[in-house]
Ligand binder design. Sequence first.
Ligand code: SAH
Length: 217
Amino acid sequence: MGFEELREFMVITQLIPRGIKDKRVLKVMKKVPRHLFVDEPIQYKAYDDMALPIGEGQTISQPYMVAIMTELLELKGNEKVLEIGTGSGYQAAILAELSKEVYTVERVALLAERALETLRSLGYNNIHVKVGNGTLGWPEEAPFDRIMITAGTPRIPGPLIPQLSQGGTIIAPVGERFSQQLLKVKKSESRLTEEYHTPCVFVPLIGRYGWERNTEK
Ligand code: SAH
């Protein structure tokens, strides 16, 4: 099977049977060339049902996790989105296909550079990448209509709340160091409502408001 067929197979066998329904999400999962976001020797595994290494001890999330987190954001197409944890840039590309503008923050400079290179080579011009501590958000560009954290965290970092628009949504894997649950937070009339979804395991969000560096447990 070629990459295009593998991608279609991924959607049919991993996403639809697990309940991903949003047609726009399914369409972009079928479109974005996930294999170009990982190193060549492991490209043949890019459409398998798993996370994969991207260097620096980090991972590109499992396709299903990317799809469900994206679906939970309920993007219509005109949103300004903040992503924390650029990693390979794959999730940013998916978000950019479904919204107006994506701002993404990565703490590891090498990963940010590589992601930017991949995204530019694929022609994405509505993605802005910054190196820094994403737990602080991106105050100069706030407010954001949607915020997605793609690293596990004990709580939603406080500085992100004022950077979320009225009616806005945050999705994040929240919980313990080695097991979390997707948490969806909605802001309306300055009130926050919380909803827990699928259990998951993400690499840690590091830094103030996330996990301190040496909290290994
Ligand atoms: N969304 C990525 C996968 C992210 S893996 C993709 O599609 O490939 C989690 C990423 O979060 C890692 O690259 C890690 O370096 C980054 N990260 C961890 N703590 C961070 C922080 N405080 N600020 C920004 N990025 C962080």
